[in-house]
Design a protein around this ligand. Sequence first.
Ligand code: APR
Length: 251
Amino acid sequence: MSEPTPTVDAAAVRAAAERLRAARRVLVVTGAGISAESGVPTFRGPGGLWRDFRPEELATPEAFERDPHLVWEWYDWRRQRLVPVRPNAAHEALVRLESAAPEMLIATQNVDGLHGVAGSRRVLELHGSIWTVRCVGCREARDDRRAPLPELPPRCACGGLLRPGVVWFGEALPQDVLYESFAAARQAEVVLVIGTSSVVYPAAALPETARAHGAFVIEVNPEATSLTAMADVSLRGTAVACVPALTGAAA
Ligand code: APR
């Protein structure tokens, strides 16, 4: 007999929706969980492994130095899986919220580009994009949506090795992205955190910073995380089950 779907606390949804409706400055922090119901596996949940490799073993400059072909096989596999994937009702609900909350910003850890595909305009890709490639030689960066890639590892016109345009473990986030996301966290009235285990920094420090500056913290996750104890409202449900309910009232 399958596990009953946990019911999300309706009073908590109403209270959170009320805060969202009243807010102008909203920061939304998203992780892999918001794309899970679009069919994208999360990193630390079931299906997160590739050939028994943990993301931490492949998503590093050292791994790329050691074996660029292997790292590119992983990214090419992930790109091919993303081709048929569409944004879900949670991505779409955030587009609606954006039109209601003029100073809303999405800071996403996801490299899948689904917020943009859904139509969100103000999106900071904290960890870059899987659809961008960057030359380790001439440092040119550009969009490349070919999946599969005709050649692994791909090469730049200058002959240099191309790497995925994502931020790897041990690498710093782009300064402008870091600056803009933490400025938004300090000014936010409400921070909505969706589908992240809140274990990877500096992204996990965004809700903490917002809270320290007086923001109301709303978490959406089927499981408790290291953020739950600090959240004003923590909804134990999926992104698709909760986010439209949170923003429907707001629209
Ligand atoms: N709706 C909402 N949340 C969900 C859903 C869902 N349908 N399914 C799973 N989740 C939650 C899980 O309970 C988990 O807490 O999403 C979270 C996903 O956590 P991770 O797999 O750790 O992904 P994320 O937090 O985005 O990882 C952060 O780590 O590997 C790096 O750079 C990578 O950006 C990534 C970063």
